[in-house]
Design a protein. Structure first.
Length: 242
């Protein structure tokens, strides 16, 4: 083989390699796979409010705007009480105006938090959430948060509002709208915000955030000004995780 012929063959080989590389670069690549629901962190949800379903428990509604916002970031796991078996399902809990818990289950909840659990409690002393169900109906959310000693155990006191009506506030770094919010007072390991809407507590190895209003989840009825209410709730949940 002559030297000139050898140079030609080398050039042809280099061109072939370059063409193959270009073809690989131009080949369509599969789109990245979106994270599955199982990849999202669990958020336990205990509530008396119609967040998962409407008041008629119909599947047609598809849940509330609050549920949609929560599911965008978390795998929401509804629970029915704060006993050990239910709390063992996760490490982050949203208690949105829950029904009264038994003394035994409150002890379990307190122990769960002290071992490292994180809870966001929306404790409303005067719920304004509209309901088609009559007063006294077991399926209607209670008119006020049934505190059976938990807040006092954590060094907090919840007072009812002096006046009813909507009220602007700041929560989780966002401007929000509340409805007849209460006022929190505390000491010890709880830091109460200046407007007394929220308190943030260190409890053993865990954390608790308490908000003196649950109506702020009802963004559909609160209307203008409530655009960031759910962002504020997500911000509070995120802060508990860190």
């Amino acid at each position: 083989m002559t030297r000139a012929r050898g140079r030609v063959l080398v050039a042809i080989a280099l061109l072939a390699v370059a063409a193959a590389g270009l073809a690989f670069a131009l080949k369509p690549r599969p789109a990245p796979i979106a994270p599955s629901a199982s990849a999202k962190p669990e958020l336990l949800l205990l509530t008396s409010l119609p967040l998962m379903f409407d008041e008629d428990f119909s599947l047609e509604g598809g849940g509330s705007p609050a549920l949609t916002a929560l599911q965008a970031r978390y795998r929401v796991v509804p629970i029915s009480t704060t006993d050990g078996a239910e709390l063992a399902k996760g490490r982050l809990l949203l208690m949105a105006h829950p029904l009264a818990q038994t003394a035994e289950n409150l002890v379990v909840l307190d122990s769960w938090v002290r071992r490292g659990g994180r809870v966001l409690l929306l404790a409303d002393p005067l719920l304004e959430w509209p309901s088609k169900r009559p007063l006294g109906d077991a399926l209607r959310p209670p008119p006020m948060f049934a505190d059976t000693g938990l807040l006092a155990h954590w060094g907090l006191r919840l007072d009812a509002p002096d006046q009813r009506g909507t009220k602007p506030a700041r929560l989780g770094g966002f401007e929000v709208v509340t409805a007849s919010p209460g006022a929190l007072y505390g000491n010890g390991d709880c830091r109460v915000e200046e407007d007394r809407l929220a308190a943030h507590c260190r409890i053993g190895k865990g954390k608790a955030a308490v908000i003196a209003d649950a109506d702020l989840l009802d963004v559909a009825d609160l209307g203008k000004g409530a655009e960031h209410n759910l962002d504020a709730i997500l911000s509070e949940l995120s802060a508990l995780q860190h």
